[in-house]
Design a protein around this ligand. Structure first.
Ligand SMILES: [Zn+2]
Length: 237
């Protein structure tokens, strides 16, 4: 057998900027080994007549933070050609989280991203508290596409400061030290980075500002701490 997979009859858009063209694609051992006519046998052949054949898309801004716990396909992104999605955007997400704050983070996600809180409350299979545990829970499920997770500022702030984060209190030096340590721990566990949001349009369902939007010196100081954490070399883009 010459190939493991051959995709035939499609219109190839190869991502280089070249004009679309009619071409077959052959794969062996997970690597594209031929493009064009691809003579030879394949263990599996896909007829792509009438379809575009493209490299996978990387979706750098999506919000599967909850769905990732119950949907191994991550629909509909997978159906649109996405092969890697980045979650934890805009400062909202679900790790780290204490059990008492789950509903609070769901409400923030609903307010900021318009994802129905009822669907999240019904669907999320909480199997984590820390960010590394969240990473482990994602890794434990085989899925159709790859996932990169960022540490969301709101979840981090609520985890460390609780009610004070929601009330807009200034983070203490101890709060900042804890946030730095948690970001470092997450990066070492494989987090892709840290996210926050700076738009006034991001609100909780009752119209309040999100925890990260409070203009406190803590935010910038925590961000500097995150920068120092990434300079340790534990965060490789
Ligand atoms: Zn977003």
């Amino acid at each position: 057998m010459d190939y493991d997979l051959k995709i035939t009859g499609g219109t190839l858009v190869d991502g280089t900027g070249a004009a679309p063209r009619r071409a077959d694609v052959a794969v062996r051992d997970g690597v594209i080994v031929a493009v064009g006519d691809c003579p030879g046998d394949a263990a599996r052949t896909l007829d792509a007549t009438g379809s575009l054949v493209t490299p996978g898309f990387v979706d750098v801004h999506c919000h599967y933070d909850g769905q990732v716990s119950w949907d191994p396909t991550l629909a509909p992104s997978a159906m649109h050609g996405v092969t890697t999605c980045v979650i934890g955007n805009c400062g909202v997400g679900f790790a780290p989280v204490r059990e008492r704050d789950r509903a609070r983070l769901i409400a923030l996600m609903e307010g900021v991203e318009d994802i129905p809180g009822a669907a999240l409350a019904e669907g999320i299979r909480w199997q984590w508290e820390s960010f590394p545990q969240y990473m482990d829970s994602i890794a434990a499920t085989p899925r159709a596409i790859d996932v990169l997770a960022q540490v969301p500022h709101d979840a981090l702030r609520v985890f460390v400061m609780g009610e004070r984060a929601v009330a807009g209190s200034v983070a203490t030096d101890d709060d900042i030290a804890q946030m730095r340590a948690l970001v470092r721990e997450a990066l070492l566990a494989g987090a892709a980075g840290f996210s926050t949001g700076r738009t006034d349009n991001h609100r909780s369902p009752n119209g309040d500002q999100t925890p990260r939007r409070r203009p406190t010196r803590a935010s910038s100081r925590a961000s500097r701490g995150r920068s120092r954490a990434s300079r340790t070399g534990c965060c490789k883009p």
